[in-house]
Design a protein. Structure first.
Lengths: 366, 570
């Protein structure tokens, strides 16, 4: 089976599982709006599928040309969010467009990957070899980091520390993959790690609370620790085979907050148990591994970095979200790709997978 | 090459995720499942009613009344405060008060906390109407002990209270828990196992705000079994009415079966204070130096006084030391050893019948010396003294009758004739309970059988097995029996008999008074007898603590018998 077929099948199955989990966690809530939420997710999935078909049939080298436009558009939208957030004197992650909310930070993740892939695949004019290996610390790290800092700073300011840190993690892994010298990377990491203890004072109260609660959820079992305790109970009570479809007491009786967005994995694992959870993780693993396979098989540096970057983005989000569900990571607002309710995340993920498929296809054509 | 590194990192993270899943779902699956159950399942206890205590005709002595409790369920004060604030005005309390009660009573989130107990039916209905809007509010019906006659028969029935540490260690194996209500004293304690209700409950599923989702199961609460006593409430009321205000005890018993028809002890207590948890009243009852909680009819023993003379007479007649023609001359006193023992009067020549009728001390000093102390002791034991009667209620004391052997073994002292003389008139170390005296009297009433006093007629409608109520034949000759009975009758019928005041009663009464010296303080008064003389249906024993003389006890006995015959109970 070809890589892209595997990716498409796994993604489709995960989408279906996601929609069924959203249905199960919202069907008992009051109000039509809640009960119809799974229909909206179906709509997002269909729109995402359209984007997927579009992207997978357009040669990915076209993206090379749009890189700077994409980057500037992303920064513009993030800035718009920042301005509106200021106006509302509070947290603001969405832009209200017509009848739906648009979350620019989701698109920023993909834009950053595309930007870095293009940056590190530049070739020198007199030599066909890659510039990356010969980059010094300034052009290899500092300059791209400054470019990343603009969207990252805007996202952290929203405040969405999770997505911001994810951009940073993407940057570091892209550095690794691009071939920048190891010692530069280590120097850079060391330098950024130095001020970390002082950053504590810049964290918002709820962020400090979440970190403390991650270390010990029982310090505030009905407040900040509540979600993580309920999530662990939900997953654990699933047991080997789960409580069955629509029979999860934790999610259906609403003991688990955010059961259709960030904590959808707990909802799923409660109903389908260890077997379901392992199966789902294996499907995600299949997508990621095939993504890296595609990256490895691609001779073109831009395509390779793009494929690897997308696979990395997916794996970081999946791992952090699932760890957070199981209480192994602090609660940050990262959705589970293809499962969590949310249009922006769904469409961006499907576009990313479309790019992956396209890279695979294009390579075969050559 | 670097891709490989990154991929292996990611695979490692997935392996950690698998391990995490395994840890939560398989290794800790069971405990997590319990936790999720605790989250959404609430138990709402429903109390059954404790068994009733009835008299022999089925009239309720101790029953139950339905009260209501307002309880609130929630995982913490934050969740409950909304509901508490909403119900506070209906209950006429401030929400702060209710919050305090909630905090005090909170144990776990799965159990409702009672914030207002014993609310009346109107408030309960008002709360029931708004219940559906308030998460976690529960109105629990709660049957509680009610005493339709107040203090009546309080010692026989007993009272209920929260289990104490001593009883808990004793009863923990039988499923008793802390804060259970159990019986204390009387039938409540002795038959607690039968009277005890089995609480049932409702298990319901609730959502994250504690609102009802669906019913999972219901266990019907089981009411306790009713215990029927042999008491006749009509007689009990007469007895308590007559005794009211005086320290002492009265026992009325059926001499043929040993069934106790009335048993009363004063001072008494109001068992209702334990239900209302009136701390001040409880403290005043418990600390009272007159011990109102003690059942004087069985739980304390007193010197017997002249009533003991019937045993001395029986012993001497049986041992053929005297016969019906034996006479002694009472000159007001007699010399025993080197000391002079006085009589309370000068009676002249006395035979056995007259001596009983006049309660002549001189005759019994002489008779006692002839019979011997050990014989007297042995006959006392045959009449059921000096050990407990086998009565069903707890905390019975056995009393005591001294003997030369006991004196030698326990006190390393000799036994002198003076001691025998004292024993002959029931003074000295003789200690008896009113129930023992009634039982002794029953032997003369029923013609020679030592019955086992009993008070439980039926449990849950089933008669208590009669083999437990067996009577033992006392080996005395008919002639002895006849002489003593004649003496007891003449106590009443002779114009100068010690209880001649009972002669005007419409029934023929036979009996014996006693005045027991118990220095320091006034003497105890006794009266024990049976009636009607020809075919006795009742044995009565009246004991008045520190009354001064047996005359007062006889007066009281007269009033009781009079009232009984007036009400047509004889």
């Amino acid at each position: 089976m070809s890589s892209r077929l595997m990716i498409i099948i796994a993604a489709l199955l995960i989408c279906i599982i996601g929609i069924s989990s959203i249905y199960s966690s919202t069907c008992q809530k009051e109000g039509r709006l809640w009960q119809d939420i799974y229909k909206r997710q179906i709509l997002w999935a269909l729109i995402g599928a359209l984007f997927f078909m579009l992207v997978s049939n357009v040669n990915y080298h076209r993206i090379w040309d749009w890189t700077y436009i994409l980057y500037i558009a992303t920064v513009f939208f993030l800035f718009l969010v920042f301005i509106l957030g200021l106006a509302r004197l509070g947290a603001q992650r969405w832009l209200r467009v017509a009848w739906f909310n648009f979350q620019p930070s989701e698109f920023a993740k993909l834009a950053v990957i595309i930007f870095l892939a293009r940056y590190y695949s530049r070739k020198s004019s007199n030599d066909t070899r890659l510039c990356a290996q010969r980059y010094g610390i300034a052009s290899g790290i500092i300059i791209p980091f400054l470019f990343i800092c603009i969207p990252m700073g805007l996202i952290v300011e929203q405040p969405d520390l999770g997505s911001g840190l994810m951009l940073f993690a993407l940057f570091i892994s892209m550095l690794l993959l691009s071939g920048v010298k190891f010692r530069y990377i280590f120097i850079f990491l060391f330098l950024t790690a130095l001020p970390v203890p002082f950053l504590w004072h810049f964290l918002r109260d709820y962020q400090k609370e979440r970190l403390l609660v991650f270390l010990n959820p029982n310090i505030d079992p009905l407040g900040a620790g509540y979600t993580i305790i309920q999530s662990k109970i939900a997953i654990g009570s699933g047991g080997l085979f789960g409580k069955g479809w629509l029979a999860g007491t934790q999610s259906q009786l609403r003991f688990l907050p955010e059961s259709h967005t960030d904590f959808i994995f707990a909802t799923f694992a409660e109903q389908w148990g260890f077997f379901g959870g392992v199966l789902l993780l294996l499907m995600y693993l299949a997508i990621i591994c095939q993504g890296f396979n595609i990256a490895q098989r691609t001779s073109d540096q831009f395509g390779r970095l793009l494929a690897a970057g997308i696979s990395l983005m997916l794996s970081i989000q999946i791992c952090v979200n699932i760890f957070m569900n199981m209480g192994l990571a602090p609660v940050v607002g990262l959705p589970l790709p293809l499962m969590s309710y949310g249009g922006s995340s769904m469409i961006v993920t499907l576009i990313s997978i479309g790019i992956l498929v396209n890279i695979d296809k294009t390579r075969t054509v050559f | 090459m670097r891709i490989g590194l990154v991929v292996s990192c990611i695979v490692m993270f997935f392996v950690i995720a698998f391990a995490g899943l395994f840890n939560l779902q398989i290794a800790h699956g069971r405990s997590n499942r319990d936790l999720s159950r605790k989250n959404c399942i609430r138990l709402v206890p429903r109390l059954g009613a404790r068994g009733k205590i009835l008299d022999r005709r089925g009239e309720v002595i101790v029953g139950n009344k339905l009260y209501y409790d307002a309880a609130v369920m929630g995982r913490g004060i934050k969740e409950a405060s909304g509901t508490l604030a909403a119900i506070a005005p209906l209950l006429g309390k401030s929400s702060g008060e209710l919050e305090k009660a909630f905090r005090r009573g909170f144990v776990v989130s799965s159990l409702p906390v009672v914030v207002a107990s014993n609310i009346d039916i109107k408030e309960a209905i008002a709360l029931e109407e708004i219940k559906s809007d308030l998460p976690g509010l529960i109105i629990q019906p709660k049957p509680q002990r009610a005493y339709p006659y107040g203090r009546l028969a309080c010692h026989v029935a007993g009272y209920i209270n929260e289990i104490d540490r001593w009883r808990l260690t004793k009863l923990a194996d039988y499923g008793y828990k802390t804060r259970d209500l159990v019986g204390f004293g009387g039938a409540e304690e002795q038959y607690d196992y039968y009277l005890r209700q089995e609480s049932g409950g409702l298990s319901i599923e609730v959502d994250h705000r504690g609102r009802f989702v669906r019913e999972l199961g219901f266990k019907e609460p089981q009411s306790g079994k009713d215990v029927q006593l042999t008491l006749d409430l009509r007689i009990q009321k007469i007895v308590e009415g007559a005794l009211d205000g005086r320290k002492g005890a009265v026992v009325i018993m059926d001499p043929a079966s040993g069934e106790v028809l009335a048993m009363s002890s004063f001072p008494n207590f109001n068992p209702g204070i334990f239900v209302e948890k009136d701390a001040q009243e409880i403290a005043s009852v418990v600390r009272n130096s007159e011990a109102p909680l003690m059942n004087r009819a069985i739980s304390n023993s007193y010197p017997a006084g002249s009533i003991f003379k019937v045993i001395v007479a029986t012993a001497a007649l049986e041992q053929k030391k005297i016969n019906k023609n034996t006479t002694f001359v009472c000159t007001g006193s007699t010399q025993v050893g080197r000391s002079v023992f006085k009589c309370w009067n000068t009676h002249g020549e006395q035979d056995i019948v007259r001596a009983i009728a006049h309660s002549c001390n001189v005759f019994f000093y002489r008779t006692g010396l002839l019979a011997g102390a050990q014989n007297i002791h042995d006959y006392a034991v045959k009449f059921g003294l000096a050990h407990d009667t086998g009565f069903e209620l707890l905390y019975e004391t056995g009393g005591f009758v001294p003997s030369p052997l006991w004196r030698k073994l326990k006190q390393f002292k000799g036994w002198y004739d003076g001691d025998t003389a004292n024993l002959s008139i029931g003074q000295g170390d003789v200690l008896v309970t009113p129930l023992q005296i009634a039982r002794m009297m029953a032997v003369f009433a029923n013609g020679g059988y030592l019955v086992t006093p009993n008070i439980i007629k039926a449990i849950d409608g089933k008669q208590v097995v009669s083999s437990k109520k067996r009577a033992i034949a006392v080996p005395i000759k008919d002639s002895t029996m006849g002489l003593v009975r004649e003496g007891l009758r003449e106590v009443v019928s002779l114009p100068d008999g010690t209880s001649s005041i009972l002669a005007q009663l419409p029934v023929d009464v036979a009996g014996k008074t006693g005045t027991a010296q118990a220095p320091p303080g006034a003497a105890h008064g006794w009266f024990a007898g049976f009636f009607p003389f020809k075919d006795p249906h009742f044995v009565i024993c009246v004991f008045l603590e520190r009354a001064g003389a047996g005359y007062h006890a006889a007066m009281l006995g007269k009033r009781i018998i009079e009232q009984m015959s007036k009400e047509g109970l004889i």
